[in-house]
Design a protein around this ligand. Sequence first.
Ligand code: NAD
Ligand code: UDP
Ligand code: UDP
Length: 343
Amino acid sequence: MKNYDSTKRIMVTGGAGFLGSHLCERLLRERHEVLCVDNFYTGRRGNIVHLLSNPRFEVLRHDICFPLYVEIDEIYNLACPASPIHYQSDPVQTTKTSVHGVINMLGLAKRLEAKILQASTSEVYGDPVIHPQPESYWGHVNPIGIRSCYDEGKRCAETLFFDYFRQYKLQIKMARIFNTYGPRMHPNDGRVVSNFIMQALHGDNLTVYGDGSQTRSFCYVDDLIDGLIKLMESPDDFTGPVNLGNPEEFTILTLAEKIIKLTNSKAKIVYKSLPGDDPTQRQPDILLAKEKLNWQAKTSLEQGLRKTTEYFASLFNKRDIGIVSIDNSLIKGGLRESDYVKL
Ligand code: NAD
Ligand code: UDP
Ligand code: UDP
């Protein structure tokens, strides 16, 4: 049955993850009812524990690769591991989540005539030869490499969304998210911002892969969540895809230097081999987001890194703990709370 109240019943898949937990929090603050659906593969109870006492918040442990019958008004589909070491640890499951999982979420949206937003990614552009990347660029993706389970999975998810849109007139919204960072990133997820901050706080050397000349553009989480909500609330005739990211572009070496300075760390930079298919450059063209959503990121890298560093530092201070080393052997079969803290 449709809910005609201004309070919507909103489902967030991947709601216990980094971005999902911030999104659940924002939607609750806007007085919606939120159903967080997560299989806790990379998500953590710790990310949503502060929301559990809210009567408008509900959590369901569920893998979206299996059908799901619930009654809701809107869906944000964020379920999918996002960091390379996570999505590469069980690549078949990664593709299943973006294909079987997405078909289930689209089937659910179709039955309910619910609006559905997909968290797509800049990875659909692969190792781009057009710079910066506009939405009209079709990308340069290796279909059989170690990143393909994620990149091609997300590309197929986009195809499915647009076919459900054309075939069944579904209301869809497609966000192409560029590298986003902030509090509640998993300390062991191997992404560059979390790795560098954890290493700097530990006094360990910062591991730059390759010569550090590859670039990324980093968006602070609060800005990104604003963009996702603006996209969901945009006029019905705007489906996207739309790039959401901060166009300020930095080399990985510059990022390492900034984090060493910010943390006053004595850590040095060490160079390690570059993983396969690592994109050499990435910067969003955000003209469309500005025009259609009146959106652009507001937080500078310095401000965002400061808040993120405070968060990681609080993991040490609060519990007086050591953090286990960054080791992707921990993540086979999913993460446990105990995988990132050693009491
Ligand atoms: P994350 O790993 O912290 O969150 C993903 C969440 O999805 C986790 O809670 C995980 O347990 C859950 N999940 C994974 N597979 C699932 C399944 N089959 N069923 C149910 N739940 C499942 O990652 P994140 O950074 O929060 O990313 C969220 C979404 O945004 C992902 O779809 C990711 O591809 C996309 N994205 C993120 C970034 C970024 O920089 N953070 C960039 C581009 C796209
Ligand atoms: N589905 C679901 N929840 C629903 C409706 C559908 O999980 O409320 C799943 C269902 O398992 C199906 C998939 O979504 O396999 C696609 O549904 P669709 O109606 O598009 O296709 P069909 O059921 O005809 O295969
Ligand atoms: N990277 C690095 N050191 C690390 C982790 C990552 O130099 O400890 C590099 C990585 O090779 C890539 C960039 O930082 O060039 C961003 O990596 P991340 O995994 O955060 O995101 P993605 O490659 O998916 O954009």
